[in-house]
Design a protein around this ligand. Structure first.
Ligand SMILES: Nc1ncnc2c1ncn2[C@@H]1O[C@H](COP(=O)(O)OP(=O)(O)O)[C@@H](O)[C@H]1O
Ligand SMILES: [Mg+2]
Length: 223
């Protein structure tokens, strides 16, 4: 569970014209469920996600994750937290071009043993990739298959929190729908945060957070 207290993020601190990417707000997020974060480009969505996932440190404010203050963690503690509890999906898949689909999933495994290899295959097949695709390099997969491989990679360590920044932005409607179905299913037992500027993909989200200019305009709106 995340508790955000008065979070601020200022880029270009040393310049006279400061950019307030996050303008100081409170927010509490639950342990489970699909939470959509929606807002126009530049409204601070990615910055919020990077702060929650410890990829960035806010300028001011507190972020508690299960009672632990994230900004107080040492570098190696943050790395362990990311590796063990968080998963990431981005707009671009960032798969390794010379590795097979299975190896791309396995590369993120905390422990690369036979069980992990089995889980990698299970994940890929549950996302509709067949045996024929397991050995293929990303360039031989379709766009939708690549993104589903990236999601399998993000889930290999069964993260408690899955962060997805515009995960469907590069996909057609059908593939976007499939990806959202996968994320919704995962959100039954875990927290899934999906950033988007396309409201239509958030049908069935448990909660929608709206951002505008670094602030929350609505923290509890539903479709
Ligand atoms: N590394 C950075 N340096 C300076 N400004 C940044 C940086 N990253 C983002 N910004 C600015 O912060 C604001 C919020 O950006 P971002 O969080 O990426 O928004 P969104 O994801 O909603 O498009 C924007 O004005 C953006 O230009
Ligand atoms: Mg963004």
């Amino acid at each position: 569970m995340f508790q955000i207290k008065n979070i601020t993020m200022i880029y270009d601190m040393e310049k006279t014209e400061k950019i307030y990417a996050l303008g100081g707000f409170d927010l509490t997020l639950p342990d489970k469920g699909l939470i959509g974060i929606i807002g126009p480009s530049g409204s601070g969505k990615s910055t919020l996600m990077y702060c929650l996932s410890t990829l960035k440190r806010p300028t001011d404010g507190e972020i508690l994750y299960n009672g632990r203050e994230l900004t107080a963690l040492k570098d190696n503690e943050r790395e362990n937290l990311r590796r063990n509890e968080f998963g990431f999906v981005f707009q671009r898949h960032f798969l390794v071009p010379y590795m097979s689909a299975v190896d791309n999933v396995l590369v993120a495994a905390a422990k690369c043993d036979a069980a992990a290899a089995g889980r990698a295959r299970e994940l890929l097949s549950s996302f509709g990739l067949g045996d024929r695709e397991f050995g293929k390099r990303p360039s031989k997969l379709s766009g939708g298959q690549r993104q589903r491989t990236a999601i399998a990679r993000a889930m290999i360590n069964t993260p408690k929190v899955l962060f997805a920044d515009e995960p469907t932005a590069a996909l057609d409607h059908e593939n976007a729908f499939t990806v959202m179905e996968i994320l919704k299913e995962y959100a039954v037992e875990n927290l899934v945060l999906v950033i988007t500027h396309d409201r239509s993909i958030l049908k069935g989200a448990d909660r929608i957070i709206e951002m505008w200019d670094g602030c929350l305009t609505a923290a509890d709106s539903r479709l």
